[in-house]
Write a protein that binds this ligand. Structure first.
Ligand SMILES: Cc1cc2nc3c(=O)[nH]c(=O)nc-3n(C[C@H](O)[C@H](O)[C@H](O)COP(=O)(O)OP(=O)(O)OC[C@H]3O[C@@H](n4cnc5c(N)ncnc54)[C@H](O)[C@@H]3O)c2cc1C
Length: 551
């Protein structure tokens, strides 16, 4: 990726075949697909890449066992089709970026023989639907075996677990890798740049977008033949900008996750199959933490996207029923909240019942192509459908999608022993080599080359976390990271590890960013103060035990 200021100059006043609005999973996927089909494409993102829903997911590449359960109990072919399509996409997503995604074993605890039978049959159907795309067949694990794999499980009355396969991935980095791959294919991308108005030609078709730089306040207009609206939860805003007569299509559902301390040796996930609201909750090892989520509550855009104490307590209550040692609110080390952009079925009813199918809408008046709904797992298929619609609109032959087997930046030359090779070549600790490999793939060597050239960048960002300062410099130069939040949350993942660690890391990260971005000292201090203030507010909302950034 270009440096952000250079990218802005390239886009300012330029013309493209396609303009994709929104740089989450869907938009990044659309931009890559369009560019690879030979359409000159620009991607415009109002915040950072993946800063909205696409970094707030449960990080599962999955068909969805819950949707399968609903497909069976409600005899719903729509749910079945979503599961089927997602199970096929799961394999492509994993194969295209092996450093960011991997298969994982999920354990469903069973406390009666009926549970063993019921869940066992259910996941066998899941295996069947996945067919040749399955990672490994589901199986029964005895209670002894299950407790050895997940010592925290409540052993009293445990009849064993049903184990099945799904995938886990790093959602924020996957999106950055998509954008990186897109720019390497010749596309232009810019983050922190909001589309504020769409201009129409004499035939009332959209022909240009006015864009406002959210960091400098500068304005620009760029032209494109077709505009793709991939703004997730904000899709109705862009649809209204293009054509105020369009009816709203989205319903928003808030989902929160909390992070808890975890023993490093646990590598499997646990599924909490029975909860008060009928949803499934996952407890998943994630970057050395236990990620627990999620809730599903319909909200509006006015809802503050933070984890509330009542939501954290709800998740803990559901999980603790299955544990031998319960967690308390005071154990929480971090968390995050996001909104699902669900396409309305037009009928009332709870959002958890809405099908996660996506929809591509072409507005015949304005020419806007909107791609809405779906899941992270189906981002590629959504992009394929959206760019097919773009070609149709442009009167071009439809087809030529190559993203099923297009490896993402950082994949070439990657293998399971890459972290060891990296540690040996650069003489860095295994934990740092593993962390860099899992974030950057084979681009990790470029990060460590930077640290060789500037040895001060070889230092950790903060004690107790394997990331090094060179990652910050690399992300600012090559991945368009432009704020403290960009580097601490989505590029290095420090914020996902612990809020307290992230607050402690803020001044160190800011000092690196100051040099890279040319910030003056007042700006640098403001970044630190704002960042620490926001996170300490989150800790207070939950009522975390110790909010001292230095602790
Ligand atoms: C709690 C939760 C858990 C989930 N778990 C999973 C999971 O485990 N697996 C899975 O497959 N899916 C999961 N999902 C679903 C998945 O995360 C979403 O379907 C996906 O991230 C949506 O991506 P998107 O690009 O459509 O939207 P977003 O990621 O929200 O991206 C839209 C982007 O548009 C930008 N934008 C808005 N307005 C403008 C404008 N005017 N100009 C420029 N840019 C603009 C926004 O800044 C935003 O970045 C989960 C969702 C939630 C909320």
């Amino acid at each position: 990726m270009r440096h952000r200021s250079e990218a802005w100059r390239k886009i300012d006043g330029a013309s493209f075949d396609v303009c994709v609005i929104g740089g989450g999973a869907t938009g990044a996927g659309c931009a890559l697909d369009a560019q690879l089909r030979g359409l000159s494409t620009v991607l415009i993102e109002a915040g950072d890449f993946a800063s909205a829903t696409s970094s707030r997911s449960t990080k599962l590449i999955h068909g969805g066992v819950r949707y399968l359960q609903e497909a069976v109990t409600d005899l719903d072919p729509g749910q079945y089709n979503v599961v089927k399509r997602a199970l096929r996409e799961r394999r492509f997503m994993l194969d295209n970026a092996r450093f960011l995604a991997h298969p994982m074993e999920f354990l469903v605890p069973c406390y009666s023989r009926w549970d063993v039978f019921y869940y066992g049959v259910g996941v066998k159907i899941y295996d069947r639907i996945a067919g040749k795309h399955n990672f490994f067949p589901s199986r029964y694990r005895s209670s002894k075996d299950s407790l050895a794999r997940w010592p925290l499980l409540q052993g009293d009355g445990l009849k064993g677990t049903i184990a099945y396969a799904d995938g886990q991935f790093d959602d924020a980095r996957y999106c950055v890798a998509l954008v990186q791959t897109f720019t390497q294919a010749g596309g232009e991308a810019i983050n922190h740049a909001r589309v504020v108005r769409l201009q129409q030609d004499a035939g009332e078709k959209i022909c240009a977008a006015e864009v406002e730089d959210q960091l400098t306040g500068a304005n620009s207009t760029m032209q494109a033949r077709i505009f793709v609206n991939a703004t997730g939860p904000y899709s109705d805003h862009i649809r209204a900008m293009a054509n105020p007569d369009l009816e709203k299509r989205l319903r928003l559902s808030k989902g929160v996750h909390i992070l808890l301390p975890l023993d490093d040796r646990t590598t499997d996930a646990v599924v909490v199959p029975k909860t008060d609201d009928g949803r499934v909750i996952f407890a998943i090892p994630w970057l050395g933490r236990l990620l627990v989520g999620t809730t599903d509550d319909e909200v509006t855009h006015e809802e503050e996207l933070v984890v509330k104490r009542s939501e954290a307590e709800y998740l803990l209550r559901q999980l603790n029923r299955y544990l031998s040692r319960p967690f308390a609110v005071e154990d929480i080390v971090g968390g995050f909240a996001g909104v699902r952009p669900l396409v309305s079925s037009g009928k009332p009813g709870r959002t958890k019942k809405l099908i996660r199918e996506h929809e591509v809408e072409v507005d015949r008046e304005s020419g806007l192509v909107s791609v809405m709904g779906g899941k992270w797992t189906t981002y590629r298929a959504m992009a394929e459908d959206a760019i097919n619609a773009v070609q149709q609109q442009r009167g071009l032959p439809v087809g030529g999608c190559v993203t099923r087997e297009h490896h993402l930046s950082g994949s070439d030359g990657y293998s399971a022993d890459y972290p060891q090779t990296l540690a040996a070549t650069y003489g860095v600790p295994d934990s740092t080599a593993r962390h860099l490999s899992e974030k950057f793939g084979t681009n990790a060597s470029a990060v460590l080359d930077l640290a060789r050239q500037q040895p001060e960048l070889a230092q950790p960002i903060v004690a107790g976390f394997p990331a090094i300062q060179a990652e910050i410099a690399y992300s600012a130069r090559n991945e368009m990271a432009a704020t403290l939040d960009d580097v601490l949350e989505r590029r290095t993942g420090v914020q996902f590890f612990s809020w307290k660690t992230a607050m402690a890391a803020a001044p160190i990260a800011a000092a690196v960013m100051q040099k890279e971005m040319g910030w003056d000292s007042a700006h640098t201090q403001r970044e630190v103060d704002d960042y620490v203030h926001t996170i300490s507010e989150w800790t207070q909302k939950i009522g975390m035990a110790n909010t001292d950034a230095k602790a």
